[in-house]
Design a protein around this ligand. Structure first.
Ligand SMILES: Nc1ncnc2c1ncn2[C@@H]1O[C@H](COP(=O)(O)OP(=O)(O)O)[C@@H](O)[C@H]1O
Ligand SMILES: [Mg+2]
Length: 261
C-alpha cells in the first residue's frame, strides 16, 4: 500500500495534489414560472487529486446540482467548470461524454444496477462501452470485485445481494475504467448507518490505495469524519470548507480499522 506521501513528484506522471476539478463562480438557475431558484449560487471550489471530499447540507441545499456541474453532467448558467485546467463549458456533447467516460465514475443513491445482469456483467458492460478488450474486461472485473470484497459474489444478480453489497458492486463498476474522479450522490442514503460507515471506509481505502478523488454528497455529518475535506452547502451557496490542507492520515487509518474490525 503506498503510504509515503514524501516520495513524490519525480516520476512526472502525476502531480500530487493537482487540482482535477474546479468550479469558478458557478451558478445554476432553474426557472419555475416567475420564480427563479439559484440551486447553485456563485460557487467556487477545487477538488485535488487523492482527496476524499464530502459535500454536506440539508435536502434542497444544492448538493446534487453542484455534483452534476463538477461531473460535467450539466452545464452552468454562469461561471466555468474546469477539468485538469481545461474548461469544460466549451466542449461539445460528444466531448463531454468522452470526458465523463474516461475520467469520471458515478455512483448514485439508488445503485442503478441492471437487474437482469450479474454483478460481473454489470461491471463488464461499463468496460465494454468504454471499448476495453475482452481480456482486460475479464481481468479488471475480477480485480475490482475483489477490491470491494465481493470476489465470491460475481455471479449474483442485484436482487440476490443486500443493499450494501449492491452499492459495492456499483462502486466496483465506477472504478473499473480507472477514472480519476468519483462523483457519488448520497451513496449511503438508502443504507442503514453501519452499512453506510462500511461504504465510507471503502471509499477511504480506495482513495488511499489508488489515489482517486472522491466527491460525495451526504446529509449525514458523521460520515465526514472519514473525509479529508468537507464542503457545506446552504441554499445554493458553498458556506464553508473544512479540513482543507489539514489531513491526519494516520488518525484516519485508525478510524477505518476501528470500523472494519
Ligand atoms: N431540474 C430542476 N428544475 C427545477 N428546480 C430544480 C431542479 N433541480 C433542482 N432544483 C431545485 O434546486 C434546489 C437544489 O436541489 P438539489 O441540488 O437537488 O439539492 P440537494 O441535492 O441538496 O437536495 C432545490 O430547491 C430544488 O428544488
Ligand atoms: Mg440531492
Amino acid at each position: 500500500m503506498p503510504d509515503d506521501s514524501g516520495d513524490s513528484g519525480l516520476s512526472g506522471a502525476s502531480i500530487p495534489g493537482e487540482v482535477l476539478v474546479e468550479a469558478r463562480k458557478v451558478s445554476r438557475i432553474f426557472r419555475l414560472g416567475a420564480e427563479e431558484i439559484r440551486a447553485v449560487d456563485d460557487v467556487s471550489c477545487q477538488a485535488r487529486e487523492g482527496r476524499l471530499i464530502t459535500v454536506r447540507g440539508r435536502s434542497g441545499s444544492g448538493k446534487t446540482t453542484l455534483l452534476n456541474q463538477l461531473g460535467a453532467l450539466d452545464k452552468p448558467d454562469e461561471g466555468e467548470v474546469y477539468f485538469r485546467g481545461r474548461s469544460v463549458n466549451g466542449l461539445s456533447e460528444g466531448e463531454r461524454t468522452n470526458l465523463r467516460r474516461h475520467n469520471f465514475g458515478f455512483i448514485f443513491q439508488s445503485f442503478a444496477l441492471l437487474p437482469v445482469l450479474s454483478a460481473f456483467e454489470n461491471i463488464e458492460l461499463t468496460m465494454r462501452i468504454a471499448g476495453r478488450s475482452t481480456a482486460e474486461r475479464v481481468d479488471r472485473t475480477h480485480e475490482v470485485l475483489d477490491m470491494v470484497g465481493l470476489g465470491e459474489r460475481a455471479d449474483h444478480r442485484p436482487f440476490e445481494l443486500s443493499g450494501g453489497e449492491q452499492q459495492r458492486v456499483s462502486i466496483a463498476r465506477s472504478i473499473a475504467n480507472r477514472p480519476s474522479v468519483l462523483i457519488a450522490d448520497e451513496p449511503t442514503g438508502e443504507l442503514d448507518s453501519i452499512t453506510g460507515l462500511e461504504i465510507m471506509s471503502l471509499f477511504r481505502r480506495i482513495v488511499d490505495t489508488d489515489g482517486l478523488t472522491v466527491i460525495m454528497s451526504t446529509h449525514d455529518p458523521a460520515l465526514s469524519q472519514f473525509a479529508d475535506e468537507s464542503w457545506l452547502m446552504d441554499d445554493g451557496r458553498l458556506e464553508q470548507v473544512e479540513g482543507e490542507l489539514d489531513i491526519d492520515i494516520p488518525e484516519l487509518r485508525q478510524r477505518i480499522e476501528f470500523v472494519e474490525n
